[in-house]
Ligand binder design. Structure first.
Ligand code: ZN
Length: 218
């Protein structure tokens, strides 16, 4: 293990691919089994830190931690949990920009397993398909709940929406604070990271300006 390389990579937050790196056997064991195993490992981590696991306040922590990982923080790793998104025919022929803004982001950085918190703003121009608005929020929530890198999160939301809506004309902006930047390392409490990914007509600077103007005028 090259410790120096590991530390440099973590602080640069490099993503290696669009797909979340998962092994083929990622879902060969049940969630109950995963919780049991993680509980075991986390017990050992706490024990290694010198904590007294017989203390009433600490004894349930390994289980709570394991359950939180599998069923809450990282539920978005499992493709079976992707929200079902039914699309509707764009019957009223709406062809202007639709913006869903300030969608909560509750994610975790894959380099430090610390929270990434912020907002996503999504815009699209419908062709033949439209989706219920809350479905966009659900999709963002799903991709956020896995170990992430902000750039990849932005791209995964964009690609899914482009496929679902059957149009390239989608823009996704994510603004978030990374606890691995504010609570450790450089310990900068104020900096905010912004990423944007877009396709189709949003390659045009005027369309992006229109989108950002709509975000301002709430
Ligand atoms: Zn990090």
């Amino acid at each position: 293990m090259d410790i120096e390389k590991i530390e440099i990579q973590g602080d640069q937050h490099i993503a290696t691919s669009l797909q979340t790196p998962l092994r083929d056997d990622a879902f060969s064991i049940s969630n109950a089994e995963k919780i049991e195993r993680i509980q075991d490992h986390f017990y050992k981590i706490m024990e290694t830190l010198g904590l007294d696991l017989t203390d009433d306040s600490l004894s349930g922590t390994p289980y709570r931690y394991a359950k939180m990982y599998v069923t809450e923080l990282f539920y978005g790793l499992d493709p079976a949990n992707r929200p079902k998104i039914s699309t509707f025919e764009n019957k009223y022929g709406y062809q202007k920009m639709l913006v869903e803004q300030d969608i909560n982001i509750d994610s975790s950085c894959e380099h430090h397993f610390l929270p990434i918190v912020g907002n996503a703003h999504v815009g699209y121009i419908p062709k033949d398909k439209v989706v219920g608005l809350s479905k966009i929020n659900r999709l963002v929530d799903y991709y956020a709940h896995r170990p992430q890198v902000q750039e990849r999160l932005c791209l995964q939301i964009l690609n899914d929406l482009q496929n679902t809506l059957e149009t390239e004309d989608v823009i996704v902006v994510v603004q978030a604070k990374h606890l691995c930047v504010s609570s450790r390392g450089i310990k900068d409490k104020d900096s905010l990271t912004t990423t944007q990914e877009y396709g189709g007509v949003f390659a045009n600077a005027d369309r992006r300006a229109e989108f950002f103007n709509l975000l301002k005028n709430k």
